[in-house]
Design a binder for this molecule. Structure first.
Ligand code: SAM
Ligand code: SF4
Ligand code: SF4
Length: 337
């Protein structure tokens, strides 16, 4: 097991399997930037399934137990269930989850479940098609995502729903979303809008804080705080009073959690990042393709984690209303969220 310079262990690996997406969410891949001329990664630069599996194998003895597959839109990666199946065979991996916009779940849920996937997080920011078309995708509708959620659930996958909340954009949807998902078995998690990437025009005025979200919901349906499930859980949990129905709030802006951050991130082209807001990764792909032995690669991985000092959200604090502009950040679609 390795620990970083603040004694945080390495537990989770988030793997982005593609930088491409079939949505153009304004807060992640705004259409003006990610248009048809955008230089997406060429095939040969993207890690193969074998390279990803080897990386996971080598990270398990260092402490990795949980894997999250993300992107871009991970279900655009060909044969994704094959990768999930192989990762599921790796001894020491206790949990595999997938984050998706949900559009392709109707097609792939059964296969994903058969491959050993346990959980999916589906991103859905509104139940209103008009807002959905402006914020996420013009080609699809809310119903497509809801059908994806139901397909995943019917296939036996546990589903959580993630809603990124922006003031003046979809904060009016907080209550309708809460009411809708309270009647289902799916936990809804509200995510504070973050200053990831370089193009989403983030500023603090657009953030609806955890406190504001709790107040809005509590005013309508009484909430009570619930204990964290485990060290490093990112969401603060609440239950609706007198029920076991739950919501979560991920407050990486107004109530940060760097102190328990155990997550490493692998981009589609094999760069390893020790923070969502990092400007630079460590080039693992070059190592994987250089003929280095397992031992050499593992030593490098351990050294990277040992040297880790990241605590961006804590440092950001209240210091800037426009996020830290002193560094160029990695795009969310590239690092996987
Ligand atoms: N395409 C998949 C999806 O949307 O679920 C997976 C990749 S996406 C980058 C992962 C998560 O990051 C999604 O839940 C998305 O809503 C969230 N996200 C993207 N940009 C964000 C931002 N600026 N602030 C907060 N969350 C963001
Ligand atoms: Fe695509 Fe997900 Fe980013 Fe939306 S949040 S553009 S669905 S990668
Ligand atoms: Fe972890 Fe970086 Fe996010 Fe802090 S800002 S919780 S260190 S990813």
């Amino acid at each position: 097991m390795v620990h970083d310079s603040y004694q945080r262990p390495l537990r989770d690996l988030r793997i982005s399997v593609t930088d491409r997406c079939n949505f153009r969410c304004t807060y992640c891949m705004p259409e003006e930037i990610f248009g048809k001329d955008y230089p997406f990664l060429p095939r040969e630069e993207i890690l193969s399934f074998e390279e990803i599996e080897r990386t996971v194998q080598l990270m398990v003895p260092l402490g990795v137990k949980k894997i999250r597959i993300s992107g871009g839109e991970p279900l655009l990666r060909k044969e994704l269930p094959t990768l999930i199946h192989s990762i599921n065979q790796i001894k020491g991996i206790e949990d595999i989850a997938l984050t998706t916009n949900g559009i392709l779940l109707k097609k792939f849920s059964e296969e994903l479940k058969a491959a050993g996937l346990q959980r999916v997080n589906v991103s859905l920011d509104t139940l209103d098609d008009h807002v959905f078309h402006q914020l996420n995708s013009r080609k699809h509708s809310v119903t497509d995502v809801l059908e994806g959620i139901e397909a995943a659930s019917s296939a036996g996958l546990q589903v959580k729903v993630n809603m990124v909340v922006q003031k003046g954009v979809n904060d009016q949807d907080i209550l309708p979303m809460a009411r809708y998902f309270r009647e289902t078995d799916h936990i809804l998690r509200f995510i504070e809008f973050m200053d990831v990437g370089n193009y989403n025009q983030w500023n603090l005025e657009k953030v609806v804080s955890k406190k504001e979200m709790v107040d809005i919901i509590h005013h309508d349906m009484a909430l009570e705080p619930a204990e964290r499930n485990y060290f490093g859980e990112v969401a603060s949990r609440f239950t609706y009073e007198g029920t076991d129905k739950e919501i979560g709030i991920i407050s990486s802006v107004t109530d940060t959690f760097c102190g328990s951050c155990t997550r490493a991130r692998l981009s589609a082209n094999g760069q390893l990042y020790t923070c969502l807001f990092a400007s630079k990764g460590h080039d693992l792909r070059e190592y994987l393709r250089s003929g280095a032995t397992d031992e050499e690669i593992q030593d490098k991985l351990a050294a990277i984690w040992n040297a880790r000092t990241d605590r961006y959200s804590e440092e950001r604090g209240g210091e800037s209303r426009t996020g830290r502009t002193d560094r160029k950040k990695i795009e969310m679609s590239y690092i996987g969220g």
